[in-house]
Design a protein around this ligand. Structure first.
Ligand code: URA
Length: 214
């Protein structure tokens, strides 16, 4: 597994504002959206393309276009939904599938409660959106779900990661032949006893959507 921490002053600037406890929900949503687009620029560096010809008003030349099957973007509900628009801004023709995963707050284990994905993901490049890579349980389960259906490359975009989560995903996927990359704005210090990233930014779902249903 490869972990890519995007080192860019605008990424750091937006992350700092997201961390700020006084940032209100509308501002948080807008900043998260913008940060995802910046992370997506790096995350799509290896998006599959094929060569094509294009005729400009002046001449015909070589270019590239996205390969088919198109990349599949998979936000993990609920908080991953807040990252979807930022991702689709760069990949407007991508297909979108949904995976609902919930974390048991006592055991911190993840389970699937909803899915809307093609049965066969053979040969698909999948971009998984999950704002917080905390314990790693949810992300490891989501990646396993996709590779079990045949996905052959996984790129995950997380706003923030904890070292424990990165290590767990890496350990759980050891031996998987499918390449996995985690793209994030920062790997923070640690998890606290409640499974929150420290210093982190709090509960990403609550900050994006308010605390209804949590
Ligand atoms: N989920 C969050 O939303 N925040 C954390 O810090 C950890 C998990």
């Amino acid at each position: 597994m490869r972990t890519l921490v995007v080192d860019h002053p605008l990424v750091a600037h937006k992350l700092t504002a997201l961390r700020d406890e006084t940032t209100d929900t509308p501002t948080f949503r807008r900043l998260a959206d913008q940060l995802v687009t910046l992370l997506a620029y790096e995350a799509t560096r290896d998006v599959r393309v094929r060569e094509t010809e294009v005729t400009t008003p002046v001449a015909t030349t070589h270019g590239v276009t996205l390969s088919t099957p198109k990349p599949l973007v998979v936000p993990i509900l609920r908080a991953g939904l807040g990252m979807l628009e930022g991702m689709l801004r760069l990949l407007p023709t991508a297909e979108v599938g949904f995976l609902g995963m919930v974390r048991n707050e006592l055991t911190l284990e993840a389970s699937t409660y909803a899915e809307r994905l093609p049965d066969d993901l053979s040969g698909r490049q999948c971009y998984v959106l999950d704002p917080m890579l905390a314990t790693g349980g949810t992300l490891a389960a989501a990646i396993r779900f996709l590779t079990d259906r045949g996905a052959d490359q996984i790129i995950t975009i997380c706003l923030l990661a904890a070292p424990e989560g990165v290590a767990r995903v890496e350990a759980e996927l050891a031996g998987t032949p499918v390449p996995v990359t985690v793209v994030t704005a920062a790997v923070d210090e640690k998890l606290n006893e409640k499974g929150y990233i420290v210093p982190g930014l709090g509960d990403a779902g609550d900050r994006l959507y308010g605390s209804a249903g949590s």
